[in-house]
Structure formats: C-alpha cells, structure tokens
Design a protein around this ligand. Structure first.
Ligand SMILES: [Zn+2]
Length: 441
C-alpha cells in the first residue's frame, strides 16, 4: 500500500473520529442538528489515464475531499469511506478536464452578429459571457485563459464563478488586449496604445484590474480589413516595456501573431507565448524551442470546420476569403511546430463548446493536432496537462493526482488509441462537483 493511500486512510479515520466526537458533543449540548463533515466524493470503476505517462489505473477510485483529489488508485487499494457520495464511471476512461488557452467569452467578430453587438451594454455583455462560461464548462473545458476581453467585465464573471454563484471554468485572464494604433482589432476594440510610456501605463492598468497575463497584438489577424498579417506592428521598445512591467509583477505576456519578423523580435523582448502563428516557419519555431517559450495554435479558426461558425454569425465574404487564404500556411506552421517539438498548449480562439465538424471546437482542435503529427497522448497532454505549466499552475491543475483540483472528464472509449474518443465526453466534474453526467441513472 502506498504512503499516499495509507495517509489518505489515516486522515479518513481521523476525520470519522472527529465527526463522531462532534456529533456526540452536539447531542449532549442540544445544539443545531448539523453534525456530519461534508461527505467525500468517490468516482469509482473507471480507468484513470495518467496523461503525463500514458499509464492507466483500471477499476480506479478517485477520492475527492472538497475541491481536491485526496487519493487515486486501484479499488483494491483505495478504500471508499462509508457515507461517500459515489459517482459511477464503470466502462469509462477518466481524464483531467480540457484546458482551452485561447478563449474570448465575449467574442465579437465581423458580420451580422458583430453588428448587432456593437452597442452591447456592460450588463448584457456580462450575461452573455456568463452563458458562454457555463456552456464551456458543460462541454468539458474546466479551465480557460482569456486572451483579450472588453472593459474588464470578465473579472466580474470570474468572481462570480469563484464564489460559486455561477457555473463556469477556472478563469485566467489577460484583461484588455494591447492594440497599437491601427493594430489587430483596432476596428472593434479600444486601441492606440503607442510608445513605451503608454504601453507601461496600459500594462499596469490590466494588472491592477486582475490580469495574470498581458496580451499584445504584434501583427494583424484574420478579422482586419486592412493590412498584411505578416507585417510587424509593435516596436522592440514597446514590447520590451510590456514585458518589463508584466514580469516584475509575475505576470506573463502572450502575443497574437501571424508574422515571423514580429515573433522573432517579441521572442527576444521576452514574450512568453505566441498565439495562432499563421505564417511562422521552422526558423522561428526553432527559436521558440530554444528559449523554451510556448505556442497556442488555434488551428480550428482557419480550417474547414470553422466555416459553419462563420456562416452562422453572418461573416462577410472578405472574411471567409481571408480565413481560407491563411488556412494552408497555418496548417503548415502547426505541422512544423510539432515536428520541431515546441511547447504546445491547446487553444481554440472560438467558444470551446462551438459546434465544429460533429463535435465542439476544443475537441476538434485537439483532434487536429493528431492529424498534424502528434500522437494521441501528446495531443491529450497539449489539451489537458501542458496548459497547467503554461499557466504556472502545475500544483493545482493538469492531472488526476493527489492534491490537485478534481477537474475531470470521462469518455466512453480509450483516447490513447483514438483521439476521437473525446467526442464522447459524458461526465464533467469541476472541483469535485458534478457539472454534467449523461450516464447518471
Ligand atoms: Zn483571439
């Protein structure tokens, strides 16, 4: 029996003893009837997959105390304490929840829907974000990194989730994106942050509001009507100023980029992570690897499956054309990044639950990594484990391990054999709470 299991049992015995003593005292003193400690939750009968190694624990027990995992092991070794709430997972595979590292809960894109949202009030935006947060979690995404929201409304949504008032994923946010004059998104969002002084002030404002990331628009993107995606939009001094302020607060910096030139400069300025990378080549990915930085592909936005979404929101023809023209280069960039072996964390740049080729965007993104050269296990790591390292949250997230948050999903086939098994997510738990269980009796 492992130390962890012995420790878990000992704590359990102590806990039971304490609960009994408390009950006795309450009876003697005729105090209110609340006497039982909160019951543990036990997920039983499933096969736990360790996404770090690809190893499995068949017929496992995942014992959850409050929000965190207290013990994990085969049923023969991990006892389920009397009175535990049982969640059945027989015949299922258990994995950590999906972690989508590029999300905008208040996404607004060019087109009919975007035009309708042009004068959305802050209250309406908050409610729309809340709805999207809940839908993301129900689809199996238990953590998101928000890479650019508007007016800091997402911090209210995050607080509401953290308080338990609203069901939603764990949120890490970059606040508002830093857009230089004429930069990516300038047609829709506040922009015109120019020169190191303004950049410094803007970065400080995001951190003051609660940002744990800073997002820089260092090149143009799909949604701009003008400008070459491969051009560089921020100066070295500006990027350096953002990185200096952010890093001195323990905050990381990520960059929207399609441009090799802008990416190389940003890399040397100390930027930690790169989004999309539409036109990045082998030389750039080798540098990213050399400096141990990160790449978040968002490949779904430029591939065939995104078309149904773009049509739904009434995207104009020029936008569809632009997405299509970037698609091939983007795919090659992803293949190159995988071949070079850079750190990759899954990110969609769509709502994680957005329908996409018969599944949802976060699952489709992960499947596409396999099509582009990853093994299924590497893709599971990109979607469920690497993001914890990117966020600096390895102690809390990224695996079904003792001490981490009980954020998990269950699927009805083995995703190590076929990544499409992720399409069968039927159980979602966050912090030990069952959010969705399609198989419950
Ligand atoms: Zn984005």
């Amino acid at each position: 029996m492992s130390d962890t299991v012995i420790q878990a049992r000992r704590q359990c015995d102590n806990r039971t003893a304490r609960a009994l003593l408390l009950c006795a005292w309450l009876v003697l003193t005729a105090a209110p009837r609340v006497c039982a400690a909160e019951p543990l939750v036990a997920v039983v009968g499933g096969t736990v997959i360790d996404v770090a190694t690809g190893q499995e624990i068949p017929n496992a027990v995942v014992l959850i105390d409050g929000e965190r995992i207290k013990a994990v092991g085969p049923a023969a070794r991990v006892a389920v304490p009397h009175g535990s709430t049982i969640v059945h997972a027989e015949g299922k595979w258990l994995l950590p929840g999906l972690m989508d590292m590029h999300v905008h809960l208040g996404l607004v894109l060019p087109g009919a829907e975007g035009a309708e949202l042009a004068h959305e009030s802050d209250g309406a935006l908050a409610l729309r974000m809340a709805k999207n947060a809940t839908a993301s979690l129900r689809a199996g995404t238990t953590t998101v990194r928000l890479t650019g929201e508007d007016k800091h409304v997402e911090f209210a949504v995050k607080q509401s989730i953290d308080r338990g008032d609203l069901l939603g994923p764990r949120i890490f946010s970059a606040g508002e994106p830093l857009i230089p004059t004429g930069g990516h998104g300038a047609e829709y969002l506040a922009s015109g942050v120019d020169g190191p002084v303004e950049v410094t002030k803007f970065t400080r404002r995001q951190i003051q509001a609660g940002a744990t990331w800073i997002k820089l628009m260092i090149s143009k993107g799909l949604a701009d009507t003008k400008g070459d995606i491969a051009a560089a939009d921020m100066s070295m001094a500006e990027m350096q100023a953002a990185v200096d302020v952010a890093h001195s607060h323990g905050v990381k910096v990520t960059a929207h980029t399609g441009s090799p030139t802008a990416t190389l400069a940003a890399l040397h300025a100390g930027v930690d992570c790169f989004e999309h990378g539409y036109y990045l080549d082998e030389q750039v990915f080798r540098e990213i690897k050399k400096y141990d930085r990160w790449y978040v592909p968002t490949i779904v936005v430029s591939q065939a499956g995104a078309l149904e979404f773009f049509k739904k929101i009434g995207s104009p023809p020029w936008y569809l054309e632009r997405a299509k023209s970037v698609g091939q280069a983007h795919w090659k960039a992803l293949q190159t990044a995988i071949a070079v072996g850079v750190n990759i964390a899954m990110g969609t740049d769509q709502y994680p639950f957005e329908p996409n080729e018969g599944t949802v965007a976060a699952v489709r993104e992960t499947e596409l990594y396999v099509d582009a050269g990853m093994t299924p296990l590497q893709a599971l790591q990109a979607a469920m484990r690497n993001p914890a390292r990117l966020l600096g949250a390895e102690k809390d997230l990224g695996g079904l391990e003792v001490g981490k948050y009980a954020d998990l999903v269950a699927v009805s086939a083995d995703p190590r054999r076929d990544i499409h098994a992720l399409r069968t997510i039927g159980l979602v738990m966050k912090g030990g709470l069952v959010i969705r269980n399609d198989w419950a009796q």
